[in-house]
Ligand binder design. Structure first.
Ligand code: FAD
Length: 333
């Protein structure tokens, strides 16, 4: 595939809006394209995506390849993969990026297979090696204990990017670009799959991924009743949500979907409170992007203190209520 055709990112959209991963992909894609001196293209496959093309341009795309059809309203492997292959063949890019998301982790490796190329998955950083003009991909490895830097020897060079690993691009509405409607050539009647339904998981308040403040508890919380205090603390903050370590979710202290970490949700809030959490690398992989980490732990040697901006050595049963009182005063004040 051709160097001069630059970088192609597969954006994601739902319910008439671009998902945050699209801005993150466009941000890193823009950096790679600028390093190469080549264009950045975005593919938007879905229903109603034509209306989102300008938004993708504002986020950094030079060209947007739109596949807008009701058959793509929900991700279905049998439909999206052939459409994505057709777009890749039309764009003929040097580098292809997708999100390490529910749909991206299905789409991207299959796309790599159909394009007969290699792929670096679950990356947290990408750059161009200026001596070779090839992509260098950084990814956590061995449960987050190591970082690997790898390259793809074939072309197009492909990678998936972990959600929240990279900041989203800031929109610039003065940017202009080209929009190309692609004939996807997919016959929905040939699909072996059909979409039945998707149901949101019932949860109150803010989604963990979107929360500004995450109050997470670990094994040190001791049981579900201890999490009630964490719920109260999170509720004080506008945009607060409760998370947990794997030890806490596996023990049933809190719901499994609240697990933060390499095998759970990745969060990047302004404030992350790690309470009764030792700070295993697999947990930190899910919260290391937080602007400020505050740890509360009885063990002054706990690993979490090495990754936190502020730490309190003490029993959470005493520290959390006192902390909550002070926060309330400050917020009222
Ligand atoms: C492949 C793999 C993937 C994994 N993925 C994840 C993942 O995504 N997310 C994740 O979280 N883990 C993950 N783990 C597990 C991870 O390695 C740790 O075992 C787990 O994070 C530990 O949870 P914890 O910190 O709550 O428990 P512990 O390590 O047992 O720590 C409990 C902490 O609580 C403190 N404490 C005890 N009592 C109190 C008290 N009263 N007040 C304050 N502090 C107190 C203790 O000093 C201790 O530091 C994974 C492991 C593997 C092998």
């Amino acid at each position: 595939m051709a160097y001069e055709n630059g970088v192609l990112v597969y954006g994601e959209a739902k319910d008439g809006r671009l998902l945050s991963i699209t801005g993150e992909l466009l941000n890193v894609g823009r950096q790679l394209a600028d390093s190469l001196g080549q264009p950045l293209s975005a593919a938007l496959i879905g229903e109603g995506t034509a209306e989102l093309a300008q938004e993708a341009i504002a986020l950094g795309a030079d060209k947007v390849f739109v596949v807008d059809d009701a058959i793509f309203a929900e991700y279905l492997h049998d439909l999206h993969v052939p459409a994505a292959v057709n777009v890749a063949k039309e764009v003929d890019p040097y580098i292809i990026l997708a999100g390490q998301t529910a749909s991206g982790r299905d789409l991207a490796p299959h796309l790599a297979f159909h394009l007969d190329t290699g792929i670096a998955i679950d990356c947290t950083a990408l750059e161009i090696d200026s001596s070779t003009n090839r992509m260098r991909a950084t990814r956590p490895f061995s449960g987050g204990n190591f970082r690997q830097v790898i390259g793809v020897k074939t072309q197009p060079q492909m990678a998936t990017i972990r959600s929240k690993a990279i900041d989203g691009a800031a929109p610039d509405t003065s940017r202009t670009g080209e929009v190309v409607n692609v004939n996807h050539g997919v016959d929905a009647s040939q699909s072996r799959m059909k979409f039945i339904e998707s149901k949101p998981i019932e949860s109150e308040g803010v989604r963990l991924e979107d929360a500004d403040v995450v109050v997470s508890g670990g094994r040190g919380i001791g049981g579900p009743e201890g999490f009630e205090g964490l719920e109260d603390l999170a509720a004080i903050f506008d945009g607060g949500a409760v998370g947990g370590s794997r030890a806490a979710t596996d023990s049933g202290f809190t719901a499994p979907e609240r697990m933060v970490g390499i095998t759970g949700v990745i969060v990047a809030p302004n404030l992350y409170m790690a309470i009764g959490i030792s700070g295993a690398s697999q947990h930190l992989a899910g919260c290391g992007g937080a602007k400020t980490i505050v740890a509360i732990n009885t063990d002054e040697e706990a690993q979490i203190f090495g990754s936190s901006s502020f730490g309190v050595v003490g029993d959470y049963k005493q520290v959390v209520p006192a902390f909550a009182e002070e926060v309330k005063k400050l917020l009222q004040g």
